[in-house]
Design a binder for this molecule. Sequence first.
Ligand code: PLP
Length: 406
Amino acid sequence: MIRTPTSRAEAQELDRTDALAPKTEGFNLPEGITYLVGHSLGPPPATAQTRLLEAQADWATGLVRSWNSAGWIDLAERTGERLAALIGAPAGDVIVTDNVSVNLFKLAAAALPHARRYALFVEEDEFPTDQYIAAGLGGLSGAEVRLLPPGGSFDALTAGGVLIKSAVNYRSSEVADMAAHEREAQRHGALIVWDLSHATGVLDLHLASDGARLAAGCTYKYLNGGPGAPAFVYAAQEIAAKLVTPLPGWMGHNAPFAFDSQYTPRGGATRFASGTPPILSLAAFSGALDVFEGVALPDLQSKARALGAIAIARAQGMGLAVLSPIEDAARGGHVSVRIAEGYPVVQALAARGVLADFRAPDTVRFGFSPLFLRYAQVWDALDVLDEILTSRSWDAPEFHARAKVT
Ligand SMILES: Cc1ncc(COP(=O)(O)O)c(C=O)c1O
């Protein structure tokens, strides 16, 4: 565990010995910006930009031939194989496809017939899309949909059914005990569809050894894949072969270019591919994965938590209510604090070069991407927050005008 610095000098000392420090150079962040929103949209690694340009050139010169000559046809699968290493899964159990919402739908629908009870469970403080998907799928399938109180999912597993559950809660940053949930689920004939959106690329995940069977997650947050980068599906081999996707598109077919009217799914997780993959976005994401080469996941996790611990200690010093777990092991990569005037505060921070985000009604989130942030930088960002709150400079009229994206 990394000791939480109590001064800027101590933060600088941590920067000097930080094994991940050289990774900062792999990102093209604008000068003067402290980017505390890697949990929302990661910044572009230089390798992502290069791969995007290469894909554009392949499009222009290779034209349709690039499906074969540039390997576009297998890119979703090859990228999934590399991503698998970041979630502790065997290479063949992951495919990059669609977005998280669609993937949650596909997995939950495929899981329903295999759970002891034909029911969907989701906590009411889950990311809204997870709740909407459960409700929508319930309406279509006739499955019972049960909205659980926050923290109620573990106990609900005794009922059987399919639970949609985030590994890291988008608001509080609370981490779920994946192994314990899976043991309980196995005991009671329940299945869990994990949402790894806020966990991948920042936590030391062990899906296979924790017994996880199904998961989806996004690639545009800590994985820095780019705005709207395609999401992924994980399906453990033992169960994947039994699952029927509700969206059997041709890219999930065993032989798409046989143009067979009979649907034969591909093996394993790859059956959850649906239509044509977004090659330009996928190329950028596959380039973004290069920055994770040589990174030990425990280092990633402990640096994220140490940066988060700085924010917690400083926020508490300012008298702010911290919504995230104080204990490092219970927390993901972001820290949320409650500020009633959070929206203008986030705008005032942005005006000073510190980017954070606001989640209605009163949550300000700071994300701690360990690959490009420095300890002293986080220390300084908290100084800026302190100044803004003390001076009430956030109350200027220009900071109150609401944009569509907060
Ligand atoms: C936990 C969680 N799940 C799902 C989503 C939605 O993902 P998508 O827009 O890819 O459907 C998000 C988006 O931020 C999220 O944070």
